[in-house]
Design a protein around this ligand. Structure first.
Ligand code: CTP
Ligand code: MG
Length: 234
């Protein structure tokens, strides 16, 4: 593997509106540990990751600091403020990288079960491609519905994939993507690879994800999450 420094950026600045649990869902606990801790652990424990940057909304900084003090992480090098959208939070995280050449992994704090295999394969792929997406094959057929609630497009399920994180980038490419989006005032991307593709910056290699690498979005997702923790000894 090439020896640029590896920075993992963990996005933990969302409000969790769909979860609607009264506080940001990244602080929900399973077996006494918060979702954000599970996510940090995955990168702290990966031998190829050098540094971790956490993006957090100012109102939750104190809560995060308590967690960081308790857990004695050695790789967390910065905690920075998030923005109004995932895109803005991602920009803030990338701008906090203190070097000019690095491999960047951007990960959702609410995907607690990312595997070491996924992290390693994404980093390996970054030796050959400047942008890497992690995705799994769609099991449901995907359609588009228009504003009038009518089916407006169908897709071929064979080629449809659902995106997960982390997503990997060389630092220069993700900065170019963010700059292009800022110029266009396009801030609704929920996926940084979308920007690479939108602006035609480079090929995006797709690494196989894992069905356990779920994003905790709705209350029901916590049922599966507890099963994963208990069955796999996370
Ligand atoms: N995120 C972020 N900053 C934002 C919005 C989202 O850092 N302004 C992060 C979330 O904390 C989460 C990840 O992006 O780890 C994926 O977003 P999502 O699942 O949509 O989380 P929320 O935006 O918190 O949830 P919701 O959309 O239901 O409000
Ligand atoms: Mg959101």
């Amino acid at each position: 593997m090439k020896n640029s420094r590896v920075y993992a950026i963990i996005l933990a600045s969302g409000k969790g509106e769909r979860m609607n649990c009264g506080f940001p869902k990244q602080f929900l606990e399973i077996n006494g540990r918060t979702l954000v801790e599970y996510a940090i652990d995955a990168f702290e424990n990966n031998k190829n990751v050098d540094s971790i940057i956490i993006v957090i909304e100012p109102a939750s900084r104190e809560k995060l600091n308590e967690i960081l003090q308790k857990s004695h992480y050695t790789k967390v090098s910065a905690v920075v403020d998030g923005g109004k959208t995932r895109f803005e939070s991602s920009v803030n995280g990338v701008n906090a990288v203190p070097v000019n050449d690095a491999k960047i992994l951007i990960h959702d704090a609410v995907r607690p079960f990312v595997s070491q295999r996924i992290i390693d394969e994404a980093l390996c792929a970054l030796d050959r491609y400047p942008a890497v997406e992690v995705a799994i094959r769609a099991t449901d057929t995907i359609i588009e519905r228009n504003d009038g609630f009518l089916l407006s497009a169908t897709t071929d399920r064979e080629h449809m994939m659902q995106v997960q994180t982390p997503q990997g980038f060389s630092l220069d490419v993700i900065k170019k993507a963010h700059e292009a989006a800022e110029r266009e005032k396009y801030s609704k991307a929920t996926d940084d690879c979308e920007l690479i593709f939108r602006y035609g910056l480079c090929d995006v290699f797709v690494v196989e994800g894992d069905r356990r690498n779920i994003k905790i979005t709705y209350p029901e997702d916590l049922l599966f999450a507890s099963c994963i923790v208990n069955a796999l000894n996370f």
